[in-house]
Design a protein around this ligand. Structure first.
Ligand code: GAL
Length: 135
């Protein structure tokens, strides 16, 4: 999967919200936003899928530790469509991430590694970021 944006000094702290705006590729199969320490240690892998054979359109969230995926959490709705411009936000709390998407769809994912600081962010696959900010 292509990496479209990679940052190693994000400086995201608990209590802050990452707001992302961008465009889903018209032929996107999947994309993901990864937040963590590095590509092997992720607090959050946020992965909208337009091609998941089991469930149709879904969002998969997971974490990664020492290069190994942990247990997945799945949301069986996806309020993004291929080819569209979208905004979503990821709030970083002490105990969890709260992801807010269009149409009022919200997903939560636990802060399994108890991070209080995130420096690594990567956006991969069928999504191009046009802007992002930390609030
Ligand atoms: C795998 C997939 C990875 C990642 C992971 C999340 O099946 O290949 O890209 O999405 O699931 O659990």
């Amino acid at each position: 999967m292509s990496t479209n944006l990679e940052i190693h000094s994000l400086g995201m702290k608990t209590g802050t919200t990452l707001k992302i705006k961008g465009k889903v590729d018209s032929d996107a199969a999947r994309f993901n936003v990864n937040l963590g320490n590095n590509s092997n240690d992720l607090a959050l892998h946020f992965n909208p899928r337009f091609d998941d054979s089991r469930d149709g359109y879904v969002i998969v969230c997971n974490s990664k530790s020492g290069g190994s995926w942990q247990s997945e959490q799945r949301e069986k709705q996806l309020p993004f469509s291929q080819g569209s411009t979208v905004k979503f936000s990821i709030e970083f709390k002490d105990d969890k991430f709260v992801i807010k998407m269009p149409e009022g769809v919200e997903m939560e994912f636990p802060n399994r590694h108890n991070y209080n600081h995130i420096d690594y962010m990567a956006v991969n696959g069928g999504f191009k970021v046009t802007s992002f900010k930390l609030d």
